[in-house]
Design a protein around this ligand. Structure first.
Ligand code: G6P
Length: 626
């Protein structure tokens, strides 16, 4: 999705902006642009191509120490040079970059047109540039509003979501930024400041950051920044903005965990491979300090729930999108097993649009790697409005969903750059196993069973290492089946969310059609599709359902369908066409291990087919639009 960068300081702004945009490429985009102030004039460069194309186009003789940049993922208007950000007013005084969607854009654009303004793009953002310019213009008495006041006045007429940065040639020593629903973070340097929509663009320069809150505006200068609420009173005419700025707060910065190296490939070919291989370490981080041997339970302080509250929930419901939804489904299975509380998962989008009955005795868990996914965020807001108890399971600290929930479990997976979720999914599933353990231990799960799960969780990172060590064999299986046009992923109970996530991974990254089915449902329709060119990946853990899964494999084989079994059981060699083995875990934790070879399978099919692995077509890392 769209990315924002801004810089003000002493450095050459263009390389800083380009570098920032490069580090935001992973989020998915279709055009890019930047604007700087060079010799008191705006210099805007845009392209419907990649950041590299922008780099080629930029006038490298332009020397500037202030500027803004953007990567756009088209919503209003097709991806072309004109619709790319930054957008400017007609006089070329103001430039704006914006993430989010202005819902009353049509009315705002019509009002501008009626006043004789010519709009050159199809975007909602361009309207903002013209409106800010109009507000900033001097009135008949020669009084001009401060840039911040001008922005504030405009934003009061705007409905929708935004994270934005405004550049003004008349105020070349400041950037004005604002946030409502789309993240904006300030990076605090030594006599220089950075602005971004994602810390990825800042960490190489500074670890000190300030997250803007919704409905907050900030004026950023090289040596200072001030934040004020959007509804703070503009200070009227005269050199008025000064008063508002003086009244603003200098919020204390927080230190980000991420390192610049987290955003570098190192020895890996792409980020998906890197992140698959980071799983043991990422999982250790998620478990660290959270396993309690003495009471055979989990410690999840971020939940802010005491034992009595934990006991009061009569249901647990997970909400998320894409892989986060499938992780939620894994969570629901393990919560039911360990805590014996009814639990299920639902796509956050379905939940929010169906006017849900919100139950005060249900614990709702909003699951999101980015913490920005709009459908999940809206589900959280709907829940809070209706008095539901919702906690977050998010990876990005300071993200909208994490902040909106106020309590929850951080995933500690480290930055995930590849569009498809790998290490974050594993950490989600592990976090839900810990949540299930905790909910179980305040109820009827015995200490002995709790201890078994604690030990089982602790063993997982090493077991994932064992699976990763078999990558070559999995790659071989992937190559054998890479030509298939369609695949089934089959699982039941614990294996069902694993099958769904496996199919999702293959679809996302290799564009091969994959469909997940519950094993027993196969015979109620889809079996008709089985033939020699429809391989099935069957998830067959060594649990009490193994014999059922073996009969499923036999049913598929009897109809000539090739079978790839993913298992930790000793299956007869002749049963399947390929067998991918994983180590034995505690049965309730097996989904975590069974999922890992499916990541590698998808990865190697995509590699064989020559796909752009980190940036699958049509997909974005975090979907912040409806
Ligand atoms: C996008 C990605 C998916 C991801 C989903 C949820 O659609 O392509 O891979 O699972 O968003 O993202 P989140 O950040 O909320 O976990």
């Amino acid at each position: 999705m769209c990315g924002i960068v801004g810089y003000i300081g002493r450095r050459d702004a263009i390389p800083v902006l380009l570098e920032g945009l490069r580090s935001l490429e992973y989020r998915g985009y279709d055009s890019a642009g930047l604007a700087v102030i060079h010799r008191n004039r705006l210099q805007v460069t845009k392209t419907a191509g990649r950041v590299q194309d922008l780099r080629d186009r930029v006038n490298d003789k332009a020397k500037a120490t202030i500027g803004i940049g953007h990567t756009r993922w088209a919503t209003h208007g097709e991806p072309n040079d004109v619709n790319a950000h930054p957008h400017t007013d007609s006089a070329g005084r103001i430039a704006v970059v914006h993430n989010g969607i202005i819902e009353n854009a049509e009315q705002l654009r019509d009002a501008l047109t009626r006043r004789g303004v010519t709009l050159v793009s199809d975007t909602d953002t361009e309207a903002l540039a013209h409106m800010i310019a109009a507000e900033a213009r001097a009135d008949a008495d020669g009084n001009s509003a401060s840039l911040e006041d001008a922005v504030r006045r405009v934003l009061r007429r705007v409905e929708g979501t935004y994270g934005l940065v405004v550049l003004d040639t008349e105020h070349p020593n400041e950037l004005v930024v604002a946030r409502n629903g789309s993240p904006i973070v300030l990076g605090i340097g030594e006599s220089e400041m950075f602005v971004a929509s994602d810390v990825a663009a800042l960490v190489r320069y500074t670890k000190q950051v300030v997250y803007l809150d919704d409905a907050e505006v900030a004026t950023v200068r090289a040596a200072d920044y001030r934040t004020t609420p959007l509804d703070a009173q503009p200070s009227g005419a005269g050199p008025s903005g000064e008063a508002a700025r003086r009244g603003g707060a200098r919020k204390a910065p927080t230190t980000v965990e991420a390192e610049a190296g987290d955003y570098e490939l190192g020895p890996y070919e792409n980020f998906m491979s890197k992140e698959i291989h980071e799983q043991p370490e990422a999982l250790r981080r998620a478990l660290r300090g959270r396993l309690d041997d003495r009471f055979a339970t989990a410690k999840l302080g971020g939940l802010n729930l005491d034992a009595r509250q934990l006991r009061s929930f009569r249901q647990v419901k997970f909400l998320g999108c894409g892989s986060a939804y499938y992780a939620g489904q894994m969570g629901a299975v393990v919560v039911e097993e360990l805590a014996r509380i009814p639990s299920d998962a639902e796509p956050a989008s379905e939940f929010r649009y169906r006017n849900p009955v919100v139950d005060p005795d249900t614990l709702y868990v909003a699951v999101s790697q980015s913490g920005e996914t709009i459908d999940t965020l809206m589900a959280v807001q709907e829940l809070r409005r209706k008095g539901g108890h919702v906690i977050g399971a998010v990876n990005v600290v300071g993200s909208a969903i994490g902040r909106e929930c106020g309590s929850g479990v951080f995933l500690h997976a480290g930055p995930e750059i590849a569009v498809v979720a790998t290490k974050t999914l594993t950490n989600m599933a592990a976090s839900f196993a810990m949540l299930a353990l905790l909910l179980g231990r305040v109820r009827d799960l015995s200490a002995a069973s709790g201890q078994r799960i604690v030990a089982g969780l602790r063993a997982l990172p090493g077991q994932i290492e064992e699976i990763l060590a078999t990558e070559d064999e999995i790659a071989e299986v992937a190559r054998r089946f890479a030509d298939a046009e369609h695949l089934f992923f089959i699982g039941r109970v614990r294996g069902w969310p694993v099958a769904r996530e496996g199919a999702q991974k293959l679809k996302e990254v290799s564009y091969v059609h994959a469909e997940a089915y519950q094993a027993a449902e196969l015979k109620h329709g889809p079996l008709a599709l089985i033939n020699g060119s429809m391989p099935s990946v069957v998830i067959a853990p060594s649990d009490e359902l193994l014999s059922k899964n073996i009969s499923t494999i036999e049913q598929i084989k009897a109809r000539g369908g090739p079978v790839i079994a993913v298992t930790n059981a000793e299956l007869p060699a002749s049963l399947a066409d390929a067998v991918i083995r994983v180590p034995r875990a505690e049965p309730e934790l097996e989904p975590l291990l069974l999922n890992v070879p499916l990541q590698l399978l998808a990865y190697h099919v995509a590699a064989k087919l020559g796909r752009d692995i980190d940036k699958p077509r049509n997909l974005a890392k975090s979907v912040t639009v409806e």
